[in-house]
Design a protein around this ligand. Structure first.
Ligand code: ADP
Ligand code: MG
Length: 606
């Protein structure tokens, strides 16, 4: 097994009703399916009868046979994890499975909540190992935002009992926001997460700032969820059947609840559900239908209970100076009901966001967090590039590019420059941005004057370095290498924050004028060469002119006057090739002269 395989970390949504495990695979967060192809594991655990020696059953099979063995089948264990018998209400204590230990601990069906949760978590471990075909033991686990420290610790302990190493416990709404990609959005914002699951409702308000989430407010109801709608639907069935709940055996009631849930889920995408109950009670059969409209009438009063809870959380956020909700996310299986989005829009005037599978959002977010931790999600600020080239103006008014366009930032580059003229006292560095060959056609971002010790041409050495940091700040550092003196110019944002239209225009112009720009650059370079050669040749002739033949002297003078006259031509008659050739000819003609100069200099030195 390779290291990379050992490193895998999965994300787990340990839900009250359903639990899921996900992972980032080839760049995408996905939910893992068990051997039967199920991606969602009902959080239901069925323990074997005492001394039967049979195995613990977890998931769908446990849920389906809950009515048969209610005393040893546990659901919604999440309600009890990390709580002591003292903080469980007398009403909750009515639950026949609950008992208290001597030290005020809670037992459910004779087991600690950690032990029951561990069964679910080890089932998820099997799923992960089956799907990933390798041992998996590291996980990120989500908990409700309102979970206190004891509840978080107990969740962690349950995971450890199941053989997991818990890398991080994160809040469910935070995971949901990650799944919606909100961490990648730049600006600070306030996000409300509306999570309606099977038996619980949570509204959390998060503040997102620089990729970090902070929980600002939470509100909820631990006894409000899709189960209540199932119950309302089952009661509606009873009225259709003209029966009372007391007329039914508990397994019959459980059957109506199951069909109620099925109908409710079906009606999220369909208009009507046909209920068929052959020989349901005392040999009697029933057939009737439930329409989407009827379901909405049944669900509405239940949903209305979430409204005041939302308002409570909004008020809390407002009291903390955060009145403006920027985004409203819908999470949890129950939000698949189309009615919820409609009501939220009505109540809060805000279009809620829902992903394709709202019951997977938390697990996908946990998987993303896990992916970040194990390096499967590269934690980089989105690659930013320089929209235009950055450089400085050099001799002859040319643009000298230091950091080319489209370089990824941060970026650093530099060059060394020298003085073009003897006894120059300073060098002006004009910082430019743009794609044109001539400095004057680009934009000037700033300028620094670098003083240096005057000396002959080419004696000064000035290093110029451009650094653009992650925030787009350009720093131009210039250093006189003989004195070591630094000059720094800082240009904020201008280097990166350029209006898209302006960039487009600049790039277009650089293409439109490519030919003209290029010929101007070539001409400028040839002209600079000529302007360097002519005075040098003249100076050499006065010093060592006597030492060459007359014909050599004539040849040099003719070549020099050719160059000079080509330079004087008006712009529209410029001939860059002729100038380059004349430069070359002058250079060749002065070979002997140059050799004599060097010899003379050597003699003098000796
Ligand atoms: P939890 O977070 O409590 O574990 P989930 O987010 O998995 O729960 O939500 C489970 C609830 O979602 C159940 O009440 C289930 O009936 C409901 N649900 C699932 N699918 C649909 C659907 N298509 N339409 C309406 N409700 C649905
Ligand atoms: Mg949930």
């Amino acid at each position: 097994m390779s290291n990379a395989e050992q490193e895998v970390i999965v994300g787990i949504d340990l839900g009250t009703t359903n639990s899921l495990v996900g992972v980032v695979d080839s760049g995408f967060p996905i939910i893992l399916a068990d051997q039967a192809g199920h991606r969602m594991l009902p959080s239901v655990v069925q323990f074997p009868a005492d001394d039967s020696g049979a195995e613990v059953i977890v998931g769908l099979a446990a849920r389906n046979s809950q009515v048969v063995h209610p005393e040893r089948t546990v659901s919604s264990i999440k309600r009890f994890i990390g709580r002591s018998a003292n903080d469980v209400s007398t009403e909750e204590m009515q639950n026949e499975q609950l008992s208290r230990t001597g030290s005020d601990g809670l037992l459910v069906a004779g087991k600690t909540p950690e032990k029951v949760s561990a069964e679910i978590l080890s089932e998820l471990k099997k799923t992960a190992e089956y799907a990933l075909e390798q041992p998996v033991s590291r996980a990120v686990i989500t908990v409700p935002a309102y979970f206190n420290n004891t509840q978080r610790e107990a969740t962690k302990k349950a995971a450890e009992l199941a053989g997991w190493k818990v890398e991080r416990i994160i809040n469910e709404p935070t995971a949901a926001a990650l799944a919606y990609g909100l961490d990648r959005e730049g600006e600070e914002q306030l996000v409300a997460v509306y999570d309606l699951g099977g038996g619980t409702f949570d509204l959390s308000i998060l503040q997102l700032k620089e990729g970090l989430f902070e929980v600002i407010a939470t509100a909820g109801d631990t006894e409000l969820g899709g189960d209540d709608i199932d119950q309302a639907v089952a009661e509606f069935f009873l009225s259709k059947m003209e029966l009372q709940k007391e007329d039914l055996e508990s397994s019959q009631w459980a059957e109506l609840l199951r069909i109620g849930r099925e109908a409710k889920e079906y009606l999220s995408e369909n208009e009507a559900y046909d209920v068929r109950l052959p020989f349901f009670r005392e040999g009697k059969s029933w057939e009737f239908s439930l329409t989407a409209e009827q379901l909405e009438l049944l669900a509405d009063p239940i949903l209305l209970r979430t409204k005041s809870i939302c308002q409570r959380a909004f008020a809390e956020a407002e009291a903390k100076g955060k009145p403006q909700i920027d985004q409203l996310l819908m999470v949890g299986g129950s939000t698949r009901m189309p009615l919820i989005a409609r009501r939220l829009k009505e109540w809060f005037g805000k279009e809620p966001q829902m992903s394709g599978n709202p019951d997977e959002a938390v697990a996908l977010g946990a998987a993303i967090q896990a992916g970040i931790l194990c390096g499967r999600v590269r934690n980089v600020v989105l690659v930013d590039v320089t929209p235009l080239s950055l450089g400085i103006e050099t001799f002859g008014g040319l643009m000298n590019v230091i950091i080319p366009r489209n370089s990824t930032i941060p970026a650093k580059a530099g060059e060394m420059f020298t003085n073009a003229v003897a006894n120059q006292e300073s060098l002006a560095i004009r910082v430019l941005q743009g794609e044109r060959e001539m400095a004057r056609d680009n934009w000037q971002l700033g300028e620094i004057e670098v003083p240096f010790t005057p000396g002959p041409k080419g004696s000064a050495r000035v290093g110029v370095q451009f650094t653009i940091d992650q925030d787009g700040i350009l720093e131009v550092l210039s250093r006189d290498t003989s004195t070591g003196e630094d000059h720094i110019l800082e240009i904020r944002n201008a280097a990166v924050d350029v209006d898209d239209e302006a960039v487009e225009k600049m790039v277009e112009e650089s293409i439109d004028f490519a030919f003209e720009d290029m010929s101007e650059r070539i001409w400028t370079e040839a002209e600079m060469k000529s302007r360097e050669l002519l005075p040098a040749v003249e100076a050499a002739l006065t010093v060592v002119g006597e030492e060459i033949t007359d014909s050599e002297k004539l040849e040099i003078e003719a070549a020099a006057s050719d160059v000079a006259s080509l330079l004087e031509l008006p712009e529209n008659r410029r001939d860059v090739n002729a100038l380059k050739a004349a430069n070359q000819k002058l250079d060749d003609a002065t070979q002997t002269l140059a050799a004599i100069l060097v010899e003379k200099a050597l003699d003098e030195a000796l």
